[in-house]
Structures are given as C-alpha cells and as structure tokens.
Design a protein around this ligand. Structure first.
Ligand SMILES: Cc1cc2nc3c(=O)[nH]c(=O)nc-3n(C[C@H](O)[C@H](O)[C@H](O)COP(=O)(O)OP(=O)(O)OC[C@H]3O[C@@H](n4cnc5c(N)ncnc54)[C@H](O)[C@@H]3O)c2cc1C
Length: 337
C-alpha cells in the first residue's frame, strides 16, 4: 500500500510526536504518524501510565496516561493519519519527497520528516523459543487487544508482573482455564491482584505453574496445541493450551534509524538547536532522540522543539511566503480538512 503524499511524516507517537502533530497543524501542515507500538503515547503509555508527572506546565500533577489523552484530544482538529503497530524500517529520498517503508510494507510519502523516536522503537521481549514467530498474531500474543477472541480457550500466560496478573484476572471469566507460568514462586504485583489470584486458584479457574519457564511450543499452521515448560531441575510439563500470552516487558532499539545517513552521537540524532534540522535536508528530530549542547531530556523541552521544527518546516516548504509569526490567541485553531 502507498499512501497519499503528506506534508510531514512523524516517526514516533510519544508525547513529543503527538505534540508535533499539533504544532504542524497550527502551520496548516498535514501529518501521518507511525509507531512500532499498537498504542500512542511512547514511554508515557508503555512504561509508566499511572505515574504522576509534576513538571508539565499548568498541570501541578498529571498521570502520564492522562497527559497522552489530553494531547490526543488537542490534535483532533488536524486529522492525523496513524499507522500503529509498525516500525519504520527504511527511509529514502525520492526526488522532492521522502519515502518510509514500514514493517507492514506500507509506503508513506511525505515532503518532510520529523523523527520523534525517543529511545527507539518499542517491541516486546520475546521468549527465546524456536519457531515462536510462526505463532505470533495467531496463537501467541504479547498484548491483548480483543479479549473476546479468547472466549472458551485454554490459555497459558507467562510472566510474573502486573501485566501477567492483570490479564489472568481479566480473562478468567471468559477463558476455559488459565495456566499462569512464572519462573519464581512469588509474583511482583499489587496486593489486591495477588488476593484476586489466590481466589481464582482456589476456585480452579487458574492453575499456577511455578517455578517453571517456557521450554518449547507445539502446534501446526500457527495454531498452538501445547506449551511445554521446564523447572530448574529439567523436569518438564505439558500444558494443553491453545493460546500463549507472554508478558516479559518491552525493550527498545534504535534499529534502522542508524542506517538513514543521519549524523548520530551515542545513539542520538544531532540537530541544529535553532530549528531541530538534521544533516539530511527535510528531516528534523525532536524529543528524547534529538541531541544538541545543553539538551534536557524532558517532555517540555520536546514540546518546544516540536514548535521550532514546525515553524522551520513551514518555511522550508513555502520559502517565498513572508515569515508570519502568530500567537494561537490570534490565529485560533483552524481545523484541517
Ligand atoms: C519512569 C519514567 C518517568 C519519567 N518521568 C518524567 C517526568 O516526570 N517528566 C518528564 O519531562 N519526563 C519524564 N520521563 C521522560 C519522558 O517520558 C520522555 O522524555 C518522553 O517520553 C520523550 O518523548 P518522545 O516522544 O521523544 O519519545 P518516546 O516517549 O520514547 O516515544 C517514541 C516513540 O517512537 C517509537 N519509535 C521509535 N522508533 C521507531 C521506528 N523506527 N518506527 C516506528 N516507531 C518508532 C517508539 O515505539 C515510541 O513509541 C520519564 C521517563 C520514564 C521512563
């Protein structure tokens, strides 16, 4: 699939990528946005949604999840097009525009690019099992989008933290049975979740498989039939599960960004602090990934960089236009069609 040509492609839908949609929208620039995660919000959503942030101007205290909700609401007039759950793997210049190719083979064309990739693309920590990729998306999952798809299934859930426990509890009313696999006997989760888990174990809805870890998968055509687990002494058990949900956290990697001809220093993109431009014409970088002398890795610094980049992009795309600085109180918010 090839998308229509946009003014700006934003790589990364973290807080700074989201605010870049706003600053570009105020400059009447249409944006498409890609993120490796299935959800928007970057580190705020993936790493600390319930934590309060105290240094967002005008919010004495706001949870990371609420900040992302507010940013999402603020960008609605500008109708951004999101491409979630896919990593930008290639970025190449084609005459007057850039073309990004994602891991889902979507080709996105844009006149300019803002890289707001934070600490790199987030992805799940995969358990090191042979052939696991052939089951992914069919019977092995690292996050749950539609719980109802697991109605009546026997599910193996692996992991010892909040996600593993939360989904064990949430899926127990609709699953036939849940095996909860953890390499230790103790779980790292909220006391209330541990109480609910004890209750489900007593009722026979959940069976604890501890201390065990995943050993191998068995099935055909991407459909799991059994999960094998092993304890520290090499004793194995066979669990007749059709679904495996593995919750071993997220990891991030700069990945393909390193191959796009950008000037990098210690995994960060060097930018001109005046306008966040990089050494590649038409590519800008903002937020945690952007580096310049005196850089503070804070959300509010990223917001300011997003404003600078959007103004610079307006001038780059419309060089004959008189530079016209306007407050939002004067311009208002003009929705894009
Ligand atoms: C526990 C914790 C607490 C924090 N508390 C504060 C605080 O109190 N105040 C504060 O200001 N900051 C805080 N921070 C830091 C703040 O979260 C970051 O500065 C902020 O998230 C950076 O935003 P970003 O949009 O630049 O990048 P990120 O939030 O990292 O988002 C980048 C996004 O880009 C995506 N991406 C990367 N590469 C690709 C690719 N090739 N293709 C597709 N997608 C890609 C990633 O999947 C990710 O979703 C905290 C961080 C942590 C971990």
């Amino acid at each position: 699939m090839i998308t229509a040509l946009s003014d700006v492609l934003i790589i990364g839908a973290g807080p700074v990528g989201l605010f870049s949609i706003f600053t570009c929208g105020m400059q009447k620039l249409h944006c498409q946005v890609v993120d490796a995660l299935e959800m928007i919000g970057g580190q705020c959503t993936a790493l600390y949604p319930e934590k309060p942030i105290y240094d967002i101007p005008a919010y004495p205290k706001i949870t990371a999840a609420h900040l992302i909700e507010q940013l999402h609401q603020q960008i609605q007039p500008f109708k951004p097009i999101f491409h979630l759950g896919q990593q930008v793997q290639e970025l190449t210049r084609h005459g007057s525009y850039w073309q990004a190719v994602t891991s889902k083979n979507v080709k996105i064309q844009a006149k300019t690019v803002i890289i707001a990739a934070g600490v790199g693309a987030f992805g799940p920590n995969r358990p090191p099992l042979p052939d696991i990729t052939s089951y992914e998306g069919k019977s092995v999952f690292y996050h749950v989008q539609q719980p109802q798809q697991f109605l009546g299934a026997t599910i193996a859930i692996a992991g010892g933290g909040d996600s593993a426990l939360d989904w064990t509890i949430n899926l127990s009313p609709i699953a036939k049975k849940i095996y909860l696999i953890h390499r230790r006997s103790k779980f790292r989760a909220a006391p209330a979740s541990l109480e609910q888990l004890d209750d489900l174990v007593r009722k026979g809805k959940v069976e604890l498989v501890v201390p065990y870890q995943l050993q191998k998968l068995q099935g055909a055509g991407g459909q799991l039939q059994s999960v094998f687990v092993e304890d520290m002494d090499g004793n194995t058990r066979h669990l007749p599960a059709q679904i495996l949900l593995a919750f071993f956290g997220l990891s991030s990697q700069l990945g393909p960004i390193a191959d796009w001809g950008l000037s990098l220093h210690q995994h960060h993109i060097q930018v001109n602090p005046q306008n966040c431009s990089t050494n590649q014409q038409g590519i800008y970088a903002v937020g945690d990934i952007a580096a310049y002398p005196g850089k503070l890795k804070l959300i509010l610094s990223g917001f300011s960089e997003a404003a600078s980049a959007a103004h610079a992009i307006r001038q780059y795309l419309h060089p004959d236009e008189a530079v016209h600085f306007e407050y939002s109180t004067t311009s208002g918010v003009q929705p894009l069609s």
